[in-house]
Design a binder for this molecule. Sequence first.
Ligand code: PHE
Length: 359
Amino acid sequence: MVDLDALRGKYLANIAAAADEAALEEIRLAALGKKGEISLMMRELGGMAPEARQAAGARLNVLKDEIDAALRARKAGMADAALDARLAAEWLDVTLPGRPRRVGSIHPVSQVMDEVTAIFADMGFAVAEGPQVESDFFNFDALNIAPEHPARQEHDTFFMARAADDPRPPHVLRTHTSPVQIRAMQAQGAPIRVIAPGRVYRMDMDQTHAPMFHQIEGLAIGRDISMANLKWTLEEFFSAFFETKVRTRFRASHFPFTEPSAEVDIQCSWVNGQLRIGEGDGWLEVLGSGMVHPKVLASAGVDPEQWQGFAFGIGIDRLAMLKYGIPDLRAFFESDLRWLRHYGFAAGDVPTVHGGLSR
Ligand code: PHE
């Protein structure tokens, strides 16, 4: 039989000299693989005389175990060395100061929209939406504002371009969120209870007016929804929004799309130049409202003999100024980071009726 000591010497030397795991695997196959040197020798045992076979078999087994153990040990050694190398190369200085990340904030208009939506959602109003570039029909005609109606001038409308030979009236940047009343009723019919927050546009610019601002439209249509329901809903809303009991005052007014119409004031006082909502004997106008005009219901495909209800439109920017003491409307849309940081709200702090509207 071949010299097993020489074999052992050869394989142990090869294992010690192996450069990597692939080399180790080659050595394993050469010795212990199916056609490996040791395996073939084991197979030859069958042809030996019983006594010789026993002696040779035992020695071969010892050799096989020895080579196997050497292979495993070398492999483990390689893994340890690789880990040591990684640990030495990749390291983290945990004493370095952190890198600051700029955190954005929620704009007061977004915050107030979320607050108002949360309050009305709690009263069963869904959110509806419409386009900001609106057709003449939805912005005016369907709302009972005829072409010659003076309200068209009052709205200081931005008109979109039309080809000179196009006889159709031009589209407009919607002057209010009221067209969403029509769209929502056309899509859903009655009964319906929706609010529609969004941007509106009028040619106007001073400390309290911007050419783009925000409104929330409210609409509730049912079999017997009345002005009393409107008043309760708005008082409930303002008290929730300002987080204090707020009284309202309804003043007779006129809108083409409501009959009767009312402008609504909320109770307030000025103390040392400071505005306080919900106390004192001053009044602040905050919204327009009324019972939806039968013609408006009809133009939205709702039968005015069967259905009635109220609508209102609130200026959101105005509400934000009042609730958060912001003096100048123009700053809302200047994107000055100092202003945004000062008046902004923490992202992720979502207003809810049960969890709190503002912090
Ligand atoms: N659309 C009116 C405005 O922008 C507000 C309003 C809405 C009034 C709904 C009555 C009913 O001034």
